[in-house]
Design a protein around this ligand. Structure first.
Ligand code: MG
Length: 314
């Protein structure tokens, strides 16, 4: 009885439970970062909705992965697919941005072929962060948010500066009273250090990728990766996990193919949560769960929920 009660409390504690995170809402099921995708993620049984943020010219935080309108996703007010490169979201007012339809992928595009199961939802607009908050607030159960500041070391004027980006996000989270429900994540740790400085009560997650083609970890000439706000891995014994902890992140969220079982052990020994992205095949999910990760970010939260015992029991 006692053991069963303890188990119940452990399951009820969101800090200890396994975290099913729907990537861009649920990109495998509905158009990414739309309210349709967030609803699909909720219906699939996510614990957390993962999404990306941009800021419009008039200072509205919106959910968008790309800093510019993406021709693979975006149709103009006349229904025509836009040509690239699209306008930066920062150059548009919220009202101007809302004229574009992001409810389906360009049918002949390479991107559409990656998501054959994505159900179109014509008429969807770039949602404001406040709309995502409203949707989550209306749920009968507690759902968390993992929100990414989309900024890079070279984005320059195309994206708001790190301190302003962090400041706007912190203000929105505080206004919602959700300091304990929102995690701020980024590959560009400048915004994460700013969040820690401005709002130490809000959790941050350090994102990394270390493939041959794309690395946010490779040191620059000064020994620091340009993505890491001046922090140098050499100052932390060459350990990326220790660097993440030094940045004040409570979670290390790495490209899943970069993860090893030894890294899971090292990170957890440092008190970090381990949250790989973006894991879409059931066999890979199973292997990583076996290593003891704290959760997974996936485009198919329905698959992960099924693996974890089904949405009905959650
Ligand atoms: Mg993201």
């Amino acid at each position: 009885m006692c053991g069963a009660l303890v188990a119940l409390f452990l399951l009820a504690d969101p800090a200890l439970a396994f975290d099913i995170q729907g990537h861009r809402g649920a990109r495998g099921l509905a158009p990414e970062n739309t309210l349709a995708a967030f609803r699909a993620g909720l219906a699939a049984g996510v614990d957390t909705l993962e999404s990306d943020m941009a800021v419009t010219r008039d200072g509205v935080i919106v959910m968008a992965h790309d800093p510019r309108l993406n021709p693979e996703l975006v149709r103009d007010p006349a229904g025509r697919w836009i040509e690239g490169p699209g306008a930066p979201i920062r150059s548009l007012s919220f009202e101007e941005l809302r004229r574009y339809d992001i409810g389906r992928l360009r049918p002949e595009g390479a991107y559409a072929r990656q998501w054959p199961g994505q159900q179109p939802a014509d008429g969807e607009r770039f949602p404001a962060l406040s709309e995502l908050f409203d949707l989550v607030r209306a749920q009968p159960r507690r759902v968390a948010l993992n929100l990414e500041t989309k900024i890079t070391p070279t984005s320059g004027d195309e994206v708001v500066a790190p301190a302003e980006f962090a400041g706007r996000v912190v203000a929105a989270v505080r206004a919602a009273g959700w300091q304990d429900r929102v995690t701020i994540q980024s590959f560009d740790w400048r915004t994460l250090l700013e969040v820690r400085r401005q709002a130490p009560e809000i959790a941050t997650a350090c994102l990394t990728i270390e493939t041959e083609r794309s690395s946010t970890v490779r040191p620059g000439p000064d020994g620091a990766s340009p993505w890491h706000a001046g922090l140098k891995v050499a100052d932390h014994g060459g350990s990326l996990a220790r660097l993440v902890a030094a940045a004040g992140c409570g979670t290390w969220s790495m490209f899943w193919r970069d993860l090893t079982e030894a890294r899971v052990r090292e990170a957890r020994a440092l008190g970090l949560k381990v949250l790989p992205w973006t894991v879409n095949e059931t066999a890979d999910m199973q292997r990583l769960i076996g290593w003891g990760v704290d959760g997974l970010i996936t485009d198919y939260p329905d698959r992960l929920a099924r693996l974890r015992g089904g949405a009905a029991g959650r």
